[in-house]
Structure formats: C-alpha cells, structure tokens
Design a protein around this ligand. Structure first.
Ligand SMILES: NC(=O)c1ccc[n+]([C@@H]2O[C@H](COP(=O)([O-])OP(=O)(O)OC[C@H]3O[C@@H](n4cnc5c(N)ncnc54)[C@H](OP(=O)(O)O)[C@@H]3O)[C@@H](O)[C@H]2O)c1
Length: 385
C-alpha cells in the first residue's frame, strides 16, 4: 500500500484523484483537505477513511465534527484553520497531491517540500508565485516534483532522454470558448458564457483563466520553473481540439507531441504510478475519429494576459506573484458580476504597473507582494466600477 494526502480533495482535480485511487486500489489516504465543502468531504471520509482532514473554515469544521459524532465507527480527526494545511502537507506520505486553487496552495507546497514529501502539483500558483523559493527547497530536500497540469505532464513525459537536445517547449492552449470572438464580442460576454469551456470540466477559477488566456500565461511561468527553460524557448500555440497536450522541438527540428483524451485522470494517474504506467478505465483516443488537428498563433492583442505573463515572468522576482494576485482578485470580481470580462486584464496591467520588483525574493517578500497586489487590485476595481 502507498499513502497519499490530497489537498483540495473536494475540487475538480481532488475528486478525480480520489477516483484514480479507487481504480488503482493499492493506495491509502492519509489526509484530505477542503476549504468549506463539508457535504462532499463527509462522503469522502466515509469512503476513504483518512487519518485526519483539514477544513480551513472554522464553522464548517465544527459542522463536520458534529455530523461525524453520529458515526461512531469513523475515527477520522477533524482539524481546522489555514495553518493545519501545512501540518497536513508535512505529514510523511509517498506523495502529496496539491489540488488547492490559487495562491493559498503555496505555503502547503513549501511545507511539503521542507518535509521532503514528493509532490504531485496541480496548484500551478505555487510555482507561478513562489517559483524561486519552491524550486530551491525541492532541490535542497531532493523532492520529486511531478506536474499534474496536462501540458506540463506532457512535456515531462516528452523530455525523458531529450533534455540535452531540447530546442523549445510548445505549450498548447484550447483557446477557450472565445477564441474566435472579436474584441467587441468579448466586451459583451457573460459569466455563464465564460464558464462554458468547450473541452475541459474544471473549477471556476481555472475555467475563467482559460477563457482569458491567463491560464496559459500562468502555465508559461510554471514551465519556466519546472523545466528550467528560458522564456524565449517557451512557445504557445492554440490547438482547439485539445488532443495534443503539448510538444517539444528538438535541436534537429524533430517535434515530439503527447496526445490523448481530454481527461485529467490520465496525468493524475501518471503522477501516482510514475515512473510506471497502469491501465486506464477511461476512454481511449481514436485518431480516425478526429477530423483535424489545428494549430494557431495566440492573439495577444485580443487576449493581453498572455503578453503580461511573459513580461512578468521575464522580469522575475515578485512580478509573477503580483500578476497572479491581481488576476485572482479580478477573476473572483468577474465571477461575482462586479466587472466585465475585458476589465480583468486591465486590472492586472494596472497592478503590474504599480509594482516595485524585489528581484531575489524570499517567502516573506512573496507573501507581502501578494497581499499588496490584492490590495491594489481591489482599489483599482473600486475606482473604476
Ligand atoms: N481542474 C482541472 O482540470 C485542472 C487542470 C490543470 C490544473 N489545475 C489546477 O489545479 C488546481 C485546482 O483546480 P480545480 O479546478 O480542481 O479547483 P476547484 O475545483 O475550484 O477546487 C479547489 C479546491 O481547493 C479548495 N480551496 C479553495 N480555496 C482554498 C483555500 N483558500 N485554502 C485551502 N483550500 C482551498 C477547495 O475547497 P472547497 O471545495 O471547500 O471550496 C477545493 O477542494 C488549480 O491550481 C488549477 O489551476 C486544474
């Protein structure tokens, strides 16, 4: 038996990870965490019998404890508060899967790396904001950092044996629901339109980021840290079919591509079985059922977030954390209907413009920059809307 802790077990990646574990059979769950969704967490506790769970929100944790009091056979301990996410991350397991959404995932990733836990990382914000700190800790503590994100999981697989021959990384992007929209049409889109992703079922934050191309921008920065690659050597191509999950170009001009169904359980499973593979219960990709594989340049005039991510990434230091923080505020404001779709990238640009970079940040610098960027983003939104 192998042991896993899943941070963010009630989300899209978290629930799919639990499905993978059920299919693989030889895994035991050490701990699960959520922010506040106790209904689903209760079902997960009954099914997976973890040693403990963390519910960040105190009231939700009390409610869950009360519910479990009526189930004397369940011995799961219930902890609450943000600090206990780090406790969960640092408990020794075979792998820690971080599927928390947003910057909240960074400190648990840091705690896991410090404790020497191998990490399957879905929480891209850990590397986007905390890349300089997290990658050092990973090296220092000889931690295996396995990318769950389908694009990075693809690159990770493709690079085997080719690291020294790499010319460039080509990340594919679905283009989201608005790929063919004009600026005029983009100015009219609703929250519902933006949540309607053509190929992937994901949490609301990443779905909005996919529609605005910020997700691809965050992934460019994530790729920089994961594969120690210059930004000039990370390209993005829009590939609406989401069949090719990403590619690498080698120095002799050969392009290697990783293809498969748009099913996150495949990269999740690969992280858990790495370096081996297991059979999948999911659908196989039938290439003769696909009419075409198309690739287009991303239009960064229409979707400037991608441009801003390259700029922030190249500037380095605390700029990527600021990009991420401003974007988180903008996305949740959009989701609440407070700002229009196109305003999100304007908020990000304005906050980036106001930031004074710290070039070699420690964790505290990153946490402070994140806080300050959030404050500025809220201020900008209040002023404009
Ligand atoms: N979904 C995908 O297909 C996909 C693909 C590639 C990468 N990713 C990345 O994986 C991560 C998770 O994405 P997702 O789509 O699974 O998100 P999601 O469905 O929104 O789930 C987020 C999880 O994090 C928990 N959470 C939310 N805020 C938190 C906080 N402040 N502190 C601690 N926990 C918190 C949630 O708990 P509650 O349920 O209690 O709110 C939930 O368990 C993101 O970084 C995303 O970019 C996702």
């Amino acid at each position: 038996m192998k042991e896993i802790t899943i941070l963010g077990s009630t989300g899209s990646i978290g629930t799919q990870t639990l499905e993978v574990i059920s299919e693989l059979k030889n895994w035991k769950v050490k701990a699960l965490t959520a922010y506040q969704q106790t209904e689903l967490l209760f079902k997960q506790i009954k099914k997976f019998n973890p040693e403990f769970v963390v519910v960040v929100e105190e009231e939700a944790a009390v409610e869950l404890k009360n519910r479990l009091a009526a189930e004397p056979t369940i011995k799961t301990e219930i902890l609450s508060g943000k600090q206990n996410l780090e406790t969960a991350a640092a408990e020794k397991v075979d792998i820690l899967l971080n599927a928390i959404v947003g910057f909240a995932g960074l400190e648990p990733s840091v705690a896991a790396a410090k404790a020497g836990n191998d990490i399957a990382l879905a929480n891209k914000e850990s590397l986007v904001s905390g890349g300089p700190v997290l990658t050092e800790l990973v090296k220092e503590n000889k931690v295996k950092l396995l990318p769950v994100d389908s694009e990075h999981n693809a690159i990770f697989q493709l690079l085997k044996g080719h690291q020294s021959e790499l010319e460039e990384i080509i990340l594919t992007a679905s283009g989201g629901p608005f790929f063919s929209y004009s600026r005029e049409e983009l100015s009219q889109v609703s929250v519902e339109d933006a949540l309607n992703h053509p190929n992937w079922e994901m949490g609301s934050k990443i779905t909005i980021d996919s529609a605005s191309l910020m997700n691809k921008g965050l992934e460019v920065i994530e790729a920089h840290w994961l594969f120690d690659c210059n930004y000039e050597d990370i390209k993005v191509l829009v590939h609406p079919q989401s069949i090719v999950h990403s590619m690498i170009r080698l120095i002799d001009g050969t392009i290697l591509a990783e293809m498969g169904p748009a099913d996150m359980k495949i990269p999740i499973q690969y992280c858990l079985t790495y370096p081996r593979r297991s059979e999948t219960a999911g659908n196989m990709l039938e290439l003769d059922q696909i009419a075409a594989l198309e690739f287009f340049q991303a239009d960064t005039d229409k979707f400037p977030n991608l441009k801003y991510a390259y700029t922030a990434g190249k500037a380095g230091g605390t700029f990527p954390a600021v990009l991420n923080a401003a974007n988180e505020i903008a996305v949740y404001s959009f989701l609440r209907g407070e700002i229009p779709f196109l305003a999100m990238s304007r908020v990000v640009a304005s906050v980036l413009d106001q930031h004074h970079n710290i070039t070699a940040p420690d964790l505290e610098d990153i946490l402070n920059s994140d806080q300050e960027a959030r404050r500025l983003a809220v201020e900008v939104i209040k002023e404009w809307f």
